[in-house]
Design a protein around this ligand. Structure first.
Ligand SMILES: CC(C)(COP(=O)(O)OP(=O)(O)OC[C@H]1O[C@@H](n2cnc3c(N)ncnc32)[C@H](O)[C@@H]1OP(=O)(O)O)[C@@H](O)C(=O)NCCC(=O)NCCS
Length: 326
């Protein structure tokens, strides 16, 4: 088969490990490494002692396979781990996806994490020295705390949850489409702070039922929007008025406040939002006619208050809140 010449090797050295793109001499040690780690890895990733040969034949600037080697190896083999950086999309994305495994007897000793850091260095390094990527992502099944822990230890952020993402066997279970959490880091934040805390955007929405519950059912609407946005709900009646702003201030993600505010309460609402860390000019406030306070009279209301609550009402309102805090 007429294959393009493989790209030049990429190499990096650390204290306890060194990293290089795969070469033919790695195949025998890799087979020993995989055979010694079969059961542990098989719970999460498909394992094959011959897949490295397949990858070796496909090396290109858009598909790199890195092996992490121990500086002080055992007699058996020196392969600490394997990391594929593939599915590379260039153009305006410059993104690659990582897949990886660590091998016994090195797994669980911090060597893999040291090597993964070097691989990400190489993924971001410019043309000639590395892969010149802008963003690297890894997708991890929610139960795989070791894998997620390694990524968080390097400062990767969890960006979201992807349903039914990859068709994978798991131990003795047959292949199924499995949900994954998406983690990523981009070049501008690398080297990232280990265990960087997630800082979700804080959002708030006021749902005002002061003119009495119309067909839009403010309480139900507020609960549905809170669920859609993943925000806590502070409902009128359950939370005393004087506690609402303190609770909103304490919430790291903000919240949906369902209230009943008379026009005279405007100043205290303004002050409460400020105390909770929000700019009152930004926080959307919806009244029970389905309009926002800052809408011009011609702007369509996101919710038709004269009709029963529709699923689309919730989504339009949630999108409106997201846009306000974008
Ligand atoms: C995921 C895997 C590659 C990690 O390799 P490893 O050798 O266990 O990782 P390390 O020993 O290098 O771990 C390094 C860091 O991760 C952290 N970590 C490891 N396990 C963790 C856990 N269960 N919870 C939280 N953090 C954890 C460690 O605290 C350590 O950070 P620190 O040095 O800052 O303390 C390995 O467990 C593996 O091969 N798993 C099976 C296959 C797999 O899951 N592949 C990835 C699919 S997405």
């Amino acid at each position: 088969m007429n294959r393009a010449r493989p790209p030049r090797s990429l190499l990096a050295r650390g204290d306890r490990v060194w990293v290089r793109t795969v070469v033919h001499d790695d195949l025998a040690g890799y087979q020993r490494a995989v055979r010694g780690s079969w059961d542990r890895i098989g719970a999460w990733n498909p394992v094959s002692a011959v897949d490295l040969e397949w990858h070796l034949g496909r090396q290109s600037t858009e598909h790199r396979t890195f092996l992490i080697h121990a500086t002080e190896p055992t007699d058996e083999h020196d392969i600490v781990g394997k990391v594929n950086v593939s599915n590379v999309v260039r153009g305006r994305f410059q993104n690659g996806t990582m897949g990886y495994d660590a091998y016994d007897p090195y797994a669980g000793r911090g060597l893999f994490a040291e090597g993964l850091r070097l691989v990400v260095d190489l993924a971001f390094a410019g043309e000639g020295r590395g892969m010149n990527l802008h963003r690297v992502e890894a997708n991890v099944r929610p139960g795989n705390t070791r894998s997620a822990g390694v990524l968080r230890s390097l400062g990767f952020r969890r960006e979201g949850h992807v349903r039914s993402m990859l068709l994978l066997e798991s131990g003795d279970e047959p292949a199924q489409w499995r949900d994954h959490d998406a983690y990523a880091v981009h070049r501008g934040e690398w080297p990232a702070t280990p265990y960087a805390a997630h800082r979700p955007a804080r959002m708030a929405l006021l749902v005002d039922g002061i003119r009495g519950a119309g067909p839009a059912e403010p309480a139900r609407l507020a609960a549905a929007v809170a669920a859609e946005l993943g925000l806590p709900l502070f409902p009128r009646g359950l939370v005393p008025d004087e506690a609402i702003w303190g609770l909103l201030a304490a919430s790291p993600v903000g919240g949906v406040v369902e209230g009943a505010w008379s026009p005279e309460a405007a100043a205290s609402v303004h002050e409460g939002l400020e105390r909770a860390g929000f700019d009152p000019a930004i926080v959307p406030r919806m009244s029970d006619d389905g309009r926002f306070d800052d809408d011009g009279t011609d702007a369509p209301a996101p919710v038709d208050a004269s009709a029963p609550l529709q699923p689309g009402d919730v989504i339009r309102l949630a999108l409106r809140v997201r846009a306000a805090f974008a």
